[in-house]
Design a protein around this ligand. Structure first.
Ligand code: G3P
Ligand code: MG
Length: 225
């Protein structure tokens, strides 16, 4: 079962910061997940729509200027990093699961993954691009059909894994609160991997392993070494 550091090693350092990414690498993570949003001509690594929970700023991230975003403290003196800063830090040392958090992300992520392959030593097989925003994921697929896609769901769809197959995804990524053995079996019948978020307890890992789940996103990669 693959272990994917969720928002970096976010149980041990401020989520989605360079510190959380560096710690995940130090812990030997074979894969890191992060969230990206587009604001003022830049891709920022940040999960929430609003700034309040994770920074000393206020408002909706995508409404802000580059100068304001760069002025914020994202915890322990860390800044909100750009996707390019994280890519530069990782430099092909592990797989990167890039979650498109909203519109206007497909084109810049397509461009930046190409640039990272040319300049930072990433290989095609090291990317997984995922989203709950299925139209944006489909737009990304049209731009980079050679890359793996993760089709995200936060619930249990009526047609099981059908939506992920329709998207041409490599994996179906589901919330631990909703996944069941039927969904896993249906995804596998359709040739899809199943990745589950967010799993920090060994007992949950064991339950998911018994269902045949292929990977978990965790805030505590140190626990699953
Ligand atoms: O990509 C898996 C997981 O990160 C999806 O949910 O809300 O943590 O981005 P969220
Ligand atoms: Mg995410």
């Amino acid at each position: 079962m693959q272990i994917i550091a969720h928002r970096g090693a976010s149980g041990l350092a401020p989520e989605n910061t360079l510190r959380a990414m560096a710690l995940a690498i130090e812990l030997g993570a074979s894969a890191i997940e992060l969230d990206v949003q587009w604001a003022d001509g830049e891709l920022w690594v940040f999960h929430d729509r609003r700034l309040e929970r994770c920074t000393n700023g206020r408002g909706v991230l995508t409404d802000q200027s580059r100068a304001y975003i760069e002025s914020l403290d994202a915890g322990q003196g860390e800044q909100i990093p750009t996707l390019w800063q994280v890519m530069t830090l990782i430099a092909g040392r592990c797989e990167l699961h890039i979650e498109l958090k909203g519109p206007h992300t497909a084109e810049p992520v397509a461009a930046l993954t190409r640039r990272a392959e040319a300049e930072l030593g990433f290989r095609l097989a090291q990317w997984v691009v995922s989203s709950f925003h299925h139209p944006e994921l489909a737009r990304f697929a049209a731009l980079r059909p050679e890359l793996r896609l993760g089709a995200l769901t936060a619930n249990l769809p009526l047609q099981h894994a059908q939506f992920a197959e329709q998207l041409g995804a490599w994996s179906l990524n589901c919330d631990v609160d909703f996944v069941d053995a039927e969904l896993v079996a249906d995804a596998h019948r359709r040739g899809l991997k199943v990745l589950i978020y967010t799993v920090d307890e060994m007992s949950d890992r064991d339950t998911l392993a018994a269902m045949g789940v292929d990977g978990i996103f965790t805030n505590r990669p140190d626990r699953f070494k």
